[in-house]
Design a protein around this ligand. Structure first.
Ligand code: SAM
Length: 234
């Protein structure tokens, strides 16, 4: 699988892949990355990529021409592109999206800057529009990296132990139970003794109880949705 990032700031993004799990996966060619700078496609002699908004207002808007040409260039080079625009007005990005998109051949993330990208580019080329939360960031680079990271973990061979994917939060209606490691006692606080006794069915039951407590506290809607689902099933 390939991720291509269309961004005015490739340097800002490249560092994320230079360490840890994603670096190992890149070195092992579990996936590939590429960067395209729309400034390289600007036909303006000063390589300008933005302009004032027609509707007025303070901010600048990313001009359509460099983005159009960058995307045309990508479409001419590759088949089966899936183009994603990170934007605060997009649908919320979820774990299900991460798993679904891990099956794609080539995902392209388009990072906006300033007040965003001329809407015509988004209409013409956007396969999906995603938001990573109800707040405004200065650019689409972080949202693109967030989504790429979440997707990449679901590509075969990226995680050392893919079993860990099955028990994580958002795999079902419960959040994952709390984790503990050695030592059992630390600064007057103890890890649950049941975790250490090796009785796997008791550990599993305890984990479900703790998961329910966490979910009730942090994401009560997930439990309610599950209760409703069970009611409908009856
Ligand atoms: N004026 C836009 C609005 O109010 O919806 C915000 C533009 S923002 C300053 C610039 C770029 O950052 C956007 O084009 C998008 O690529 C990215 N961005 C900012 N916040 C985001 C979020 N919550 N989710 C996804 N992308 C975001």
């Amino acid at each position: 699988m390939t991720f291509t990032f269309v961004t005015l700031f490739p340097n800002l993004m490249q560092g994320y892949f230079q360490d840890s799990i994603l670096k190992r996966a890149l070195d092992a060619e579990r996936f590939h990355i590429a960067f395209v700078d729309p400034r390289d496609f600007s036909r303006c002699k000063h390589k300008k990529v933005d302009d004032t908004a027609f509707s007025g207002g303070a901010g600048m808007v990313m001009s359509p021409q460099p983005m159009y040409d960058a995307l045309e260039h990508l479409h001419q080079q590759y088949d089966n592109l899936h183009v994603i625009f990170p934007t605060p007005v997009g649908k919320p990005f979820t774990q299900n999206d991460a798993k679904r998109l891990a099956q794609k051949e080539h995902v392209v993330f388009i990072s906006g800057r300033y007040e965003g990208i001329d809407e015509r580019v988004i209409e013409q080329y956007g396969d999906e529009l995603f938001s990573i939360g109800d707040y405004i960031l200065t650019g689409g680079e972080l949202p693109s990296l967030v989504m790429c990271d979440a997707i990449a973990r679901n590509i075969d061979g990226v995680l050392g132990n893919s079993d860990s994917l099955d028990v994580e939060s958002f795999e079902n209606h419960l959040l994952e139970a709390p984790s503990f490691t050695k030592p059992q006692h630390f600064r007057g606080l103890s890890a649950p003794s049941e975790y250490l006794k090796g009785n796997h069915s008791k550990i599993a039951a305890l984990k479900i109880g703790l998961s329910e407590c966490k979910t009730k506290f942090f994401r009560p809607k997930r439990l309610i949705t599950e209760q409703k689902r069970k009611l409908y099933e009856k």
